[in-house]
Design a protein around this ligand. Structure first.
Ligand SMILES: Cc1ncc(COP(=O)(O)O)c(C=O)c1O
Length: 394
């Protein structure tokens, strides 16, 4: 375990419980329908939890598939020794392909041009002996997400190109749900029906991908018929419900990240004292204000001004008052006994300072709050049984 850096006493710290992530994966696995395997969405630095520690932990529990958004994430995983399959969730521009293909990667494609670009990049690598296998391609179908891929009636051309061109192979056909986190199953059922019809039409043309996959966390939890060969959960692995409607379905998952930050200054103020930029908050009574070394540059949203809560070390919660600054925020701690060096907790699992609570207050989702926990925040890992446990810069 690395020696703790004394400077970290001044920093916000995200403590990530790798055992909780492993346990969440195990719980999700127990719900998989029809022999589906699990692809862990680890994009965006594993939703702020740390790409390599999370991927290594999951790989050690038997997770064989990882989902990312960028070629840099593929490189980080491979450089970090992660050996599983890695699927990039969107098409990549041609210049990114030659350095990536020899590392071993599954690519999403949305057009025949995407397929041709991969085939073109693969050809010289094959000739040079740097690529031994055809590049596995996963054709994205837009069944209602409105993001990437042809509509169902356009998928045959892309799949045909993937099946026929040299250097590539048709590995998967996938879709993504827009509303699987809502209580009404109808929009997801309609998307899934369109997806099944597209798979049938492809099969009638002799195009049978090895892998069909569609389910994000919400569909993994609430729509077992969509599990097919792979499910692709992200947020559920990190212990959060995709949306309040799925809180019960996610009740056995454990939030893995807790953010804490040091108090740097405490003062008693009379009623009428204004706090922070714009004087957006004025003390309604005599109270105690604690300044905390956490701001929007660390990923704590400025929109949480006058809306966020922090858990205090002695118990209870205190409101974020006045505008959140770049590096600091202020709490109205009432008569709580706090002093500089004490640490307050934010974005914890549950309760008033929980990511889900704050997300609901801000009209956003826990995903955004977690993924934005910034690089200045020290990551501290618990569990996981890997050498990555211990302190690490974000
Ligand atoms: C293609 C794809 N699959 C799976 C996921 C994981 O989604 P969630 O975190 O809701 O499970 C995402 C994330 O947005 C995605 O873009």
């Amino acid at each position: 375990m690395p020696t703790p850096d004394p400077l970290d006493a001044a920093a916000p710290v995200a403590t990530i419980d790798l055992d909780a992530i492993a346990a969440n994966a195990a719980r999700l696995r127990t719900r998989l329908h029809g022999g589906a395997d699990l692809l862990a969405a680890v994009k965006a630095d594993a939703y702020g939890h740390g790409l390599l520690p999370v991927a290594r932990t999951l790989a050690a529990t038997g997770v064989r598939w990882f989902g990312v958004a960028t070629p840099h994430e593929v490189r980080t995983l491979r450089d970090g020794g992660v050996a599983g399959r890695i699927l990039v969730f969107g098409p990549l521009p041609a210049p990114a392909l030659p350095p990536l293909l020899p590392r071993g990667v599954d690519l999403s494609v949305a057009t025949t041009d995407d397929v041709a670009a991969v085939a073109d990049a693969a050809a010289p690598l094959r000739a040079a002996g740097e690529l031994r296998e055809d590049v596995p391609l996963h054709v994205a179908i837009d069944t209602g997400m409105g993001r990437i891929g042809p509509p169902p009636d356009g998928v045959a051309a892309v799949a045909r190109a993937a099946a026929d061109l040299e250097g590539v192979r048709l590995e998967g056909v996938w879709t993504h749900f827009a509303r699987a986190d809502e209580a009404d199953p109808a929009p997801t059922d309609a998307q899934h029906a369109a997806y099944l019809a597209a798979l049938d039409a492809l099969a009638a043309d002799g195009l049978t991908p090895t892998l069909a996959h569609a389910a994000n966390s919400a569909a993994t939890l609430a729509h077992p018929a969509t599990h097919h060969d792979l499910v692709r959960p992200g947020i559920a692995l990190y212990g959060h419900a995709p949306a309040p409607d799925l809180a019960d379905a996610a009740a056995d998952l454990t939030p893995a990240l807790t953010l804490d930050a040091p108090v740097t200054f405490v003062k008693d103020v009379p009623a009428g004292t204004a706090v922070s930029y714009g004087h957006a908050w004025t003390a309604p009574r005599a109270t105690r204000i604690a300044t905390v070394r956490l701001g929007y540059a660390d990923g704590y949203p400025r929109a949480a001004s006058n809306l966020g809560d922090a858990h205090l070390p002695g118990g209870g919660a205190a409101r974020v008052v006045g505008r959140v600054c770049m590096d600091q925020l202020m709490l109205d701690v009432g008569d709580a006994d706090l002093e500089p060096g004490d640490r307050v907790t934010l974005l914890a699992g549950a309760g008033p300072a929980g990511a889900a609570t704050l997300a609901a207050r801000l009209g956003t989702i826990p995903y955004e709050l977690l993924a934005r926990v910034g690089p200045r925040v020290v990551r501290r890992y618990r569990g996981g049984g890997s050498p990555s446990s211990g302190d690490a810069p974000g």
